[in-house]
Design a protein around this ligand. Structure first.
Ligand code: GRF
Length: 222
């Protein structure tokens, strides 16, 4: 297979993006970035991408009449980039469902919760408030439903008595940085595949999210 052409959307510090860029450079992902775009012109993620020699694009939502015209402009650029895969790597805007249609099975998101628990924001606080014993991160295919597409893989951590929102977020982030590149790598190699709405791993439908083994490889525990 030719190297996967990857585009990303990011709004913030870009640590997941950095993990992906690193995995492309060291060959864990057979892919290359064709575009990193953002709704935040000054975000660190865009600087990281530019430093890595990746084309960048920043669009300001305030310069568009409404949400859907902003999303149309952004997604026109993504289409023009020729990307095979779109990664939402800390992209903090809700995307209009209509522009996602052509990306069905070609867009993934990393979300800091054990989906279907805690869609949206403040996931660490919600896990603490609920008294959960475990927290985690999920990578899922993006659909029109916010944080609602089929989950591909999850990483779990236990919640300790002294954990705060900040400690949980920091401990979990390390796992996100392994999980997201592992999933993108598996998409690049064809191991993860979107089979008309049903994701598969090595040809088997993913009923239960994949996990990571100690070496950072994806594992089908079923
Ligand atoms: C991560 O926690 C990710 O799961 C969530 O937003 C955060 C982005 O962090 N979607 P970073 O910009 O990748 O450092």
């Amino acid at each position: 297979m030719p190297a996967l052409r990857i585009a990303a959307l990011a709004s913030g510090r870009g640590s997941n993006l950095a993990a992906l860029l690193g995995a492309c450079v060291d060959g864990r992902i057979d892919g290359r970035f064709v575009l990193v775009a953002s709704d935040k012109p000054n975000c660190a993620a865009l600087s990281l991408a530019a430093e890595a020699g990746v084309p960048t694009l920043a669009l300001r939502p305030a310069e568009y009449a409404d949400r859907s015209s902003f999303d149309r402009a952004l997604f026109d650029a993504l289409a023009a980039s020729g990307a095979d895969l779109l990664v939402l790597a800390g992209y903090m805007r809700i995307i209009h469902p209509s522009v996602l249609v052509p990306w069905a099975g070609r867009a993934v998101n990393v979300h800091p919760s054990l989906l279907p628990l805690y869609r949206g924001l403040h996931t660490h606080a919600q896990a603490l408030a609920a008294g959960d014993a475990e927290h985690g991160a999920s990578v899922h295919f993006v659909t029109a439903e916010l944080d609602g597409g089929p989950v591909l893989a999850q990483a779990r951590i236990s919640i300790g008595p002294d954990d705060t929102e900040a400690t949980l977020a920091a401990r979990l982030l390390v796992h996100e940085h392994r999980l997201l590149p592992a999933v993108v790598s598996a998409i690049a190699s064809g191991r993860i595949h979107w089979n008309e709405g049903e994701p598969t791993f090595d040809g088997r439908i993913i009923h239960t999210p994949l996990t990571l083994d100690d070496t950072g490889s994806l594992l089908d525990a079923t």
